[in-house]
Write a protein that binds this ligand. Structure first.
Ligand code: GLU
Length: 441
């Protein structure tokens, strides 16, 4: 494993996030490789860390002043063992090959955990949607899709949203794909309800996060009811994590954006947050203008100094470092549920596990989003739509079974209760066994 990890670092220089994601998984797989030499003989690690295909492309577009800009587009088609490549598109200035590969690598195992037939992929661009007009967003997404459309399809690769890509962007991309290659309902997920979208897809990642954490709490005789919750971020994942946590009787006292956080010890008003973020597309600090009893604090990491029972990091990668983890632990946090992808550093995860905080890792906790994407693909294939209750109850079942399978795998491989090991092992075994069945391809 060390040899393969060193090789990964050598062949993928300057990609720290990708190295981090690989390292986390390799550490969890030690007991699997000790028990099953076939995975080493079959060079599964060597094969799984190498994307099947990595596409990089130019995305030129014209702003409202007539000036030409060039961004870089990516799509990593990482692993198609279990089905078409599946994973979101991220538009954020921090996007580079390392970020796309870490996300794509995680996605392979996350998608495997859902139990649905989807492989792993991811894409995006270093385009910054912040402050852009609606027309600029449209022109950029159309240019992005002009190239991407050559590489995707309902049985090949099915992108969706991620940071900076929501219903508006998916709508423009769907329109552009249709113009270039013809109507294909299942080429993207996260579509609007009027043209092939699935009910619950908008809510799925946030709701799924809370359903998963509820399973973790239940086993310890705890629940969201009456607990104090801190949620970072205020995008799609955070908003629906807040909604479900509140529905289950929790008091959510803080959330954030990339500039700062809002805090109200009596609990936040979700309707205001939804309006500011989803309708007006403004910054979270606007909240305190309407709710003067709440406070706004500049900077992001301070949110983890707020005492809480449950912390749901739903913003972005590496938002909890060892210092923030230590503060959360000292303040008595009982459970962490990672709604974002890789929000805790490896050091932070170790601290949570050592101090026996219940810890739900991203690829299990936030798998509800991609799971409902896969249900959207099923409905598109059948040309049918399920009701909200139907999809929501499937989502709850999927989250409960991810929890159960991860707990069982952790137990079987000698780390009872450790969901980092459990999720990595359960996700890996299914992909690895199918890779062996398919031969060396
Ligand atoms: N971007 C989400 C994720 O990280 C969803 C991907 C999808 O629905 O395909 O899993």
């Amino acid at each position: 494993m060390n040899r393969v990890y060193e090789e990964v670092k050598k062949r993928n220089p300057h990609e720290p996030e990708f190295h981090q994601a690989v390292k986390e998984i390799f550490l969890s797989l030690v007991p699997v490789f000790a028990k099953n030499p076939k995975y080493m003989k079959q060079a599964i690690l060597e094969r799984i860390v190498e994307p099947e295909r990595m596409i990089t492309f130019r995305v030129p577009w014209v702003d409202d002043q007539g000036q030409i800009h060039v961004n870089r587009g990516y799509r990593v088609q990482f692993n198609s063992t279990l089905g078409p490549y599946k994973g979101g598109l991220r538009f954020h200035p921090s996007v580079n090959a390392s970020i796309i590969k870490f996300l794509g690598f995680e996605q392979i195992l996350k998608n495997s955990l859902t139990g649905l037939p989807i492989g792993g992929g991811k894409g995006g661009s270093d385009f910054d949607p912040k402050g852009k007009s609606d027309n600029e967003i449209m022109r950029f997404t159309q240019s992005f899709m002009t190239e991407l459309s050559r590489h995707i399809g309902p049985n090949v690769d099915v992108p969706a949203g991620d940071i900076g890509v929501g219903a508006r962007e998916i709508g423009y991309m769907f329109g552009q794909y249709k113009k270039l290659r013809g109507y294909e309902a299942g080429v993207l997920t996260g579509k609007g309800l009027g043209y092939g979208g699935s009910l619950v897809r908008t809510e799925a990642t946030g709701y799924g996060t809370v359903y998963f954490v509820e399973e973790m709490l239940k086993e310890q005789g705890l629940s969201f009811e009456g607990s104090t919750v801190v949620v970072s971020g205020s995008g799609n994942v955070s908003i629906y994590a807040i909604e479900k946590a509140q529905q289950l009787g929790a008091k959510v006292v803080a959330c954030s954006d990339s500039n700062g956080y809002i805090y109200d010890e009596n609990g936040l008003d979700l309707e205001t947050i939804k309006r500011i973020k989803e309708v007006e597309r403004k910054r979270i600090k606007e909240y305190v203008l309407e709710h003067p009893q709440a406070e706004y604090v500049e900077g992001c990491s301070g949110i983890w100094s707020i005492p809480c029972d449950i912390a749901l990091p739903c913003a972005t990668q590496n938002e909890i470092d060892s210092e923030s983890a230590q503060t959360l632990i000292s303040n008595g946090v009982k459970a962490i549920g990672e709604g974002a992808n890789m929000p805790s550093t490896l050091e932070a995860i170790d601290l949570f596990l050592e101090s026996k905080v219940l810890f739900g890792p991203a690829k299990a906790v936030n798998a509800g989003g991609v799971a409902v994407s896969a249900l959207e693909m099923s409905q598109n294939s059948m040309r049918l739509s399920w009701t909200f209750e139907e999809v929501d109850s499937k989502l709850q079942d999927i989250m409960a079974s991810i929890y159960r399978n991860s707990m069982d795998a952790a137990e079987e491989y000698g780390h009872p209760g450790n969901l980092v090991y459990g999720a990595n092992i359960a996700g890996f075994l299914k992909v690895a066994d199918a890779m062996i069945a398919h031969g060396v391809i």
